[in-house]
Design a protein around this ligand. Structure first.
Ligand code: FES
Ligand SMILES: [Fe+2]
Length: 396
């Protein structure tokens, strides 16, 4: 480790981080610097966002072969591409020649990922196949240059429930093993075959919110139902705090809450189609799980959503909501449009209510009198679970 890096890591107050790990009655939450310090954000990029499985977008945003888009993960430029076999591929978005950021806006390409600077070009597999004039005028090859060593750098990726996950450092468990505990948990009311039926809604499937807050506040807020009566009076009118239960994933990779009474009343006589194997005695069960670090999932008998976070800086986060229904008809036909619209509004209103809270949390963390606070030993279990996950990844 070089000196600069060493100094950076000195920023971490190890004593305070270890206090997060105490039993919940005695634990403190993550210290203020984890939210307000710009340099801490760099440590987090190294220890969390380069090491874990991270969501960077959805497959439905590159639906066809040749669809390509850039995405910056905490400043690291990436390319998302749909290849000839319909597979989503992710590459580092930097030309192997002089380092130009190749893809700067989304679009469609035919055969080549071409760098605009000197026109070096890569095929869909990232292989460098054209190096015009590399050996002098009209000499497109050069025996002093081995093309095969200059391909685009591919990043380990996996699409699950349409979400594109990447593991930058290729050091995490393989994705299927990583996701198994959550996937198994949902098998009982959302078997794997049903999950294949999800279709992204083109008209009411997506919104963004720009939050003036650290990304972690969105996750910890999502983990608990404690705030429901005060922050979400609408939601609380049919799905009350007492109807909720806590979820703590083991091994520690996710946490959240569930309700046994999810039953919103929408206008009209129709109902949205349900997942075919969702058990009848669990019709009103819904679960809300934050899969650490940056995606919040919601499953219901008739729709699924993923709310994923794009951290921009220590105090700015872009939130992306993606909503899915059961089959093409439910997701895109005129017949269900009004229900999609009402459901979209419901979730947007809820997320806006949460936005006010998580922005206020960021403001509060500027107080030097706060030490990470306390947890309710009963109501804040899932939040504590997340704080421990962060602290332990920083302590590693
Ligand atoms: S930097 Fe890309 S071709 Fe030169
Ligand atoms: Fe909330």
């Amino acid at each position: 480790m070089n000196v600069k890096k060493k100094n950076l890591f000195r920023l971490l107050d190890l004593k305070k981080l270890r206090m997060v790990n105490r039993p919940i009655e005695k634990a403190h939450g993550l210290p203020n610097e984890c939210y307000v310090n710009k340099n801490y954000f760099i440590i987090e990029r190294k220890k969390i966002f380069e090491n874990k499985w991270i969501v960077i977008g959805i497959g439905s945003s590159v639906p066809n072969i040749g669809d390509i888009k850039p995405f910056d993960l905490l400043g690291i430029p990436l390319i998302i591409l749909r290849d000839r076999n319909q597979k989503v591929r992710v590459y580092h978005n930097v030309c192997s020649h002089r380092g130009y950021k190749i893809i700067q806006k989304e679009g469609k390409i035919k055969n080549l990922i071409r760098c605009p600077y000197h026109s070096w070009s890569y095929d869909f597999n990232g292989k460098l196949i054209a190096t015009p004039h590399i050996g002098g005028m009209n000499k497109h090859n050069c025996n002093k240059f081995d093309k095969s060593r200059s391909n685009l750098k591919e990043i380990k990726s996996k699409v699950w429930l349409d979400l594109i996950f990447v593991n930058l450092n290729n050091n995490e468990l393989d994705f299927d093993t990583y996701i198994k505990p959550l996937s198994d948990r949902w098998e009982k009311f959302w078997p794997k075959n049903d999950r294949k039926l999800i279709v992204f809604s083109r008209d009411y499937g997506h919104f963004n919110l720009n939050a003036k807050t650290n990304w972690k506040f969105a996750i910890e807020n999502y983990c608990e139902s404690y705030h429901l009566p005060w922050v979400h009076p609408g939601l609380n009118s049919y799905s009350k705090i007492k109807d909720h239960y806590h979820i703590k994933g083991l091994p520690n990779r996710f946490a959240g809450q569930g309700t046994i009474v999810y039953n919103p009343k929408f206008k009209g006589k129709l109902n949205l189609p349900s997942f075919p194997n969702w058990p009848k005695n669990k019709e009103h069960v819904a679960e809300y799980v934050a899969l650490f670090p940056n995606v919040m999932l919601g499953i219901h008998k008739d729709h699924f959503y993923a709310y994923w976070l794009e951290p921009i800086s220590n105090n700015t986060t872009k939130e992306h909501m993606e909503i899915y229904y059961v089959g093409k008809d439910a997701a895109n036909s005129a017949k269900y449009k009004s229900l999609r619209e009402q459901n979209f509004k419901l979730w947007k209103d809820v997320q806006k209510e949460d936005l006010n809270i998580i922005e206020g949390m960021q403001m509060g963390r500027k107080s030097p009198s706060y030490n990470g606070g306390n947890f309710s030993p009963v109501m804040d279990n899932a939040t504590h679970h997340f704080h421990k996950w962060v602290a332990n990844n920083l302590l590693k």
